[in-house]
Design a protein around this ligand. Structure first.
Ligand code: FAQ
Length: 318
């Protein structure tokens, strides 16, 4: 293709983005657009799958049958989210095996938040309330993202995340209304998950290398700092309502801007976790690698069965 032809395709592509048209897998797209989407969608998929691990740890210890059923349903939803997202990513020309390989080798990232331990039952409440709460704020704008398969997957994901957030908030509310020990457990979980939840929305805008281009392509519809502010503004009144204290002594309402001001986040900790040195990075990746190798016989059996069926069909056709 000549340079002139590529330039014309790029202009048509930019015009489609400007008109808010969805880009579909078989449409022409700049190579960087494709690669950026593979990066973000696959990291999102990996986050959903790795994100099942901290909660899976609590299924056998949920305090009642009702809580167990809700937690199981939530974790199964997360597996589903991973699968839609891997499928959306595959439409960009990368195989599922390659995506898994990138996760297992450490080439692809997954969300920093899932490298923290879940120490008590209240952590199930804090994850639903804060982590799913932050995820919804990040993902609702993604329903309007420019790549069709990603945007469509997000619609269903957001509906399910909304149930996840409510089940988490309801756990926290119940604990906060319970005995002093239960309330203290809820407060302790909030203390440990608050700052990592703020940081999971990504580095500050001035340190975010991808935001500018991703906003131009309408992959991202809001910046990391905008999302973080929205999360704080939405969550602080919820904590007030259930009588828990946000663990940030500098937090204050600014009546002029109509936003909460909050303290400096520990970005050194964030980058340490992102680079693989968080409290649970090794445990999480080891668990995923083990699941992959334990599942080898299932994949082999499924392939052998599919081959047998295909041979049978050929024989019947002859
Ligand atoms: N953790 O330039 P930016 C969930 C990396 S799903 C690790 O700002 P971008 C559901 C970033 O990849 C949670 N790495 O990047 C659930 C880049 O490195 P790279 C996941 C991070 O992409 C709930 C570098 O830093 N959600 O929670 C993180 O424009 C409960 C520079 O950053 C999504 O993935 C981080 N937190 O903005 C499941 C949503 N933040 O790739 C179970 C889709 C940044 O060049 C239980 N993703 N980095 O090597 C996004 O919206 C964006 O990718 C951001 C980051 C906003 C996460």
């Amino acid at each position: 293709m000549s340079e002139l032809e590529i330039k014309s395709l790029e202009e048509q592509f930019d015009a489609r983005i400007a008109r808010d048209e969805k880009i579909e897998p078989k449409d022409w797209m700049p190579e960087k657009y494709r690669q950026t989407h593979i990066r973000q969608i696959s990291q999102h998929a990996h986050s959903e799958i790795v994100g099942m691990l901290p909660e899976g740890n609590w299924i056998t210890r949920a305090p009642s049958l009702r809580r167990k059923v809700a937690l199981l349903a939530k974790i199964q939803d997360e597996a589903g989210h991973g699968l839609y997202l891997y499928s959306a990513c595959e439409t960009l020309g990368i195989s599922r095996e390659e995506l898994y390989e990138q996760l297992h080798s450490g080439k692809a990232k997954y969300s920093s938040i899932f490298n923290y331990p879940t120490l008590t039952w209240a952590d199930m409440g804090a994850i639903g309330w804060l982590v799913d709460g932050a995820a919804i704020i990040n993902q609702v704008p993604l329903c309007a993202t420019s790549f069709g398969p990603y945007a469509r997957a997000m619609v269903r994901v957001c509906k399910e995340e909304s149930f996840h957030q409510r089940q988490g908030f309801q756990i926290m509310m119940t604990l906060a209304e319970g005995t002093p020990e239960q309330k203290a457990m809820a407060q302790d979980a909030l203390n440990r998950w608050w700052f990592p939840s703020l940081m999971m929305l990504g580095p500050t805008d001035d340190a975010s290398v991808h935001t500018e281009q991703s906003m131009k392509w309408k992959l991202k519809r809001k910046t990391n700092d905008e999302l973080r502010q929205q999360f704080v503004d939405q969550t602080v009144p919820q904590a007030d309502m259930i009588g828990l204290t946000i663990p940030d002594p500098t937090l204050k309402w600014n009546a002029e801007t109509k936003h909460y001001e909050f303290g400096e986040l520990d970005w050194d900790e964030f980058w340490q976790v992102v680079k693989g040195h968080g409290p649970c990075n090794k445990i999480r990746i080891d668990a995923r690698k083990k699941a992959w190798s334990n599942g080898e016989w299932v994949r082999d059996a499924a392939m052998a069965y599919a081959e047998k069926q295909a041979n049978k069909e050929v024989k019947q056709a002859i």
